[in-house]
Design a protein around this ligand. Sequence first.
Ligand code: SAM
Length: 248
Amino acid sequence: QHFGFEPINESEKQEKVFKVFEDVAQDYDKMNDTLSLGVHRLWKDYFMWKLDPVHNTKLLDVAGGTGDIAFRFVNYVNKTNMKDCHVTVSDINPHMLEVGKQRCKSLNYSPDMISWKEANAEELPFEDNTFNAYSIAFGIRNVTHIDKALSEAYRVLKPGGRFMCLEFSQLENSAAQWLYDQYSFQLIPVLGHLIAGKWNAYQYLVESIRQFPDQETFKNMIEEAGFRVVDYENLTMGMVAIHSGFKL
Ligand code: SAM
């Protein structure tokens, strides 16, 4: 089923994605709650539980946007009193990062534990072997060259470091996939228009989900980047999947 969408042209993708997130930055958190009925919070909580930071974890959260993963990381390490942990939130879009920084202030998180860096996932401004963990949540499907982002992830991780990705994926059951497609293709752009006045941005959202590789294909791509012990876990019947791999 094509629903009349043109495949996203590679040379225009980065610019288009930038514009989309510039447009939605202010409404981003509210829209996530509305469109997923709050379920994205549970997926992210589980993702952090699975990442399971230990003492001295230096996490790089790529495409970190408004800070959802970083704040969960800080909550997790604060609960277990691991003050030596740190997260760097990086994102290509300064508008998303700005919303994140404001949230960080209003939530009273210590600035020592979080830093913010504008960066393209395909060209990270960090030295080789810098981080113990790399996370990317609902980010990788927006990147133009996924293979470049994966090899950058590999480069900046220390040996033994872990790559973890949370992303929309393919449902295990084809009837459920059909229903979900009806919801996403027909309803999401309309809700995006009604709630945020941004039909195009939300049309892009569903289009990018549809075009992202399935669980097995993405697993192979992660292996091709050099990661080992790569596996994935489906959440909510495969609506999203968590992929994990190690730099050994
Ligand atoms: N991780 C956050 C979350 O889970 O709420 C934000 C996810 S948001 C759907 C996707 C983010 O990817 C946006 O903030 C966007 O600016 C960022 N992004 C898109 N292309 C990128 C790239 N090439 N490098 C880094 N970030 C990128």
